[in-house]
Design a protein around this ligand. Structure first.
Ligand code: S3P
Length: 434
């Protein structure tokens, strides 16, 4: 099991390109596989999560060739997937299992979807229940993975209000809706990432999105297209915080996806006083992209607006590090979902911050953090198999006068395989020890 030993770095500088967006990479494989024709993808994330999706579709008979971050898919059309010979292992990836649950509920064959220990603890009732309403036959012990899907069901369309702000549930149901008779309509009370809707349109499928309602009619076809995956704002967020809290920083993150359903981290950091500038804004393959320049700043504690929570849902571990270095108190509420991510991100972050001497109060749906000085840690930080916990505490080292030790960091490969290399390239001091 690898660990990080990370120590202080005063000066951060340079211009780097972080790897491709994880959400877009997953969807490019799923939609490319069921499209007609050849889809070419560049900038594909070579992380374990997106590779799990890629391998799963190969196991369902799709011809997919990958050379580094370039992928070519020979789409098999809406009904061309084949029954896999064994259960599909989706590793640590919640996005793979929830989105594929929708797509595979509509196939003519049976499938079993499995994953690692962390995935096996994550709630799936949120997709099982609405899919069952559509006519799917999908079960899991205590509504958790492994999920068993009995194929050959005729799905009917559904109008469904999301009980939690979740793009994974929305996307799962839209993918099932592609096969259902009639119009599937998803109503969301809070904005969530819209990559599925955007990409479906890129594949020539008609999707209507108005006032928090997304709908599509089933039984159409997807036409192959080329996809350029922009850099992942969730991975970029680690360096946005690192540069903000460093004594002397001026870094640029190139060609980052700034889809407005993902930019909560920029808004939150700016409210805290961060010095973040978007440059060279442009559109690439249906997604907005910009170069993001971040310089050091004196951060202050804030009350995080509820409307920004779903727009920054994956970035809270590192936002908590920003809060630890800010003057005053930062309060997050309305973020209960953080408890059912790859780990319970409220409790696991609180434990790590406490061991670094940062005062915090755990709330049922959030946390209060009082900014201060990191102290010598009294116990090794445990990532609980969660990539974003490992990387968040590595970022804390920028401002720590003591080494920070983080256990069990292999999981970083799920979303950001060259994190250490890029971090050290801009001047951070992270050692990975095996
Ligand atoms: C994702 C949606 C989010 C996010 C996850 C990726 C996606 O989950 O946390 O990392 O690609 O749709 P929820 O939609 O369940 O919040």
């Amino acid at each position: 099991m690898a660990s990080f030993v990370a120590s202080k770095s005063k000066n951060l500088e340079g211009s780097i390109k972080v790897p491709g967006d994880k959400s877009i990479s997953h969807r490019s494989i799923m939609l490319g596989s069921i499209a007609n024709g050849e889809t070419r993808i560049s900038g594909f994330l070579q992380g374990e999560d997106s590779l799990a999706t890629l391998n799963a579709f190969k196991e369902m008979g799709v011809n997919i060739k990958r050379s580094g971050s370039n992928v070519i898919i020979n789409g098999v059309g809406m009904h061309g997937l084949k029954e896999p010979l064994k259960p599909l292992d989706l590793g640590n990836s919640g996005t793979s299992i929830r989105l594929m649950a929708g797509l595979l509920s509509a196939q003519s064959f049976n499938t079993e979807l499995t994953g690692d220990d962390s995935l096996s603890k994550r709630p799936m009732a949120r997709v099982i229940e609405p899919l069952t309403q559509m006519g799917a036959k999908i079960t899991g012990p205590d509504s958790k993975p492994p999920l068993s899907i009995i194929g050959g069901q005729k799905l009917s369309s559904l109008t469904y209000t999301l009980p939690v702000a979740s793009a994974q549930i929305k996307s799962c149901l839209l993918l099932a809706g592609l096969y259902a008779e009639g119009e599937t309509c998803i109503i969301e009370n809070a904005v969530t990432r819209d990559h599925t809707e955007r990409m479906l349109k890129g594949f020539g499928y008609k999707v209507n999105s108005v006032n928090g309602m997304v709908s599509l009619s089933g039984q159409g076809e997807l036409k192959a297209c080329n996809i350029e995956v922009p850099s992942d704002i969730s991975s970029s967020a680690f360096f946005m915080v690192a540069a903000s809290i460093a004594e002397n920083a001026d870094i640029t993150l190139q060609a980052v996806n700034i889809n407005p359903t993902r930019t909560g981290v920029i808004d939150i950091l700016r409210l805290m006083g961060a010095n973040i500038n978007l440059q060279n804004e442009r559109e690439e393959a249906g997604e907005l992209v910009a170069d993001i320049r971040v310089c050091s700043a004196n951060l202050k504690g804030i009350e995080i607006p509820h409307s920004l929570v779903p727009l920054a849902i994956d970035e809270f571990p590192v936002i908590f590090i920003a809060a630890s270095c800010a003057k005053g108190v930062t309060v997050l509420t309305g973020a209960r979902e953080l408890r059912v991510k790859e780990s319970d991100r409220i409790q696991v972050m609180a434990d790590g911050l406490t061991s670094l001497g940062i005062d915090n109060i755990v709330l049922e749906d959030g946390i209060e953090i009082t900014g201060g000085q990191f102290k010598r840690q009294d116990s090794i930080i445990k990532s609980h198999h969660d990539h974003r916990i490992s990387m968040a505490f590595a970022v804390a080292s920028v401002r720590s006068n003591f080494e920070i030790n983080i256990d069990d960091v292999d999981n970083v490969k799920t979303s950001f395989p060259n994190f250490v290399e890029l971090a050290n390239q801009i001047g951070m001091n992270i050692n990975e020890v095996n």
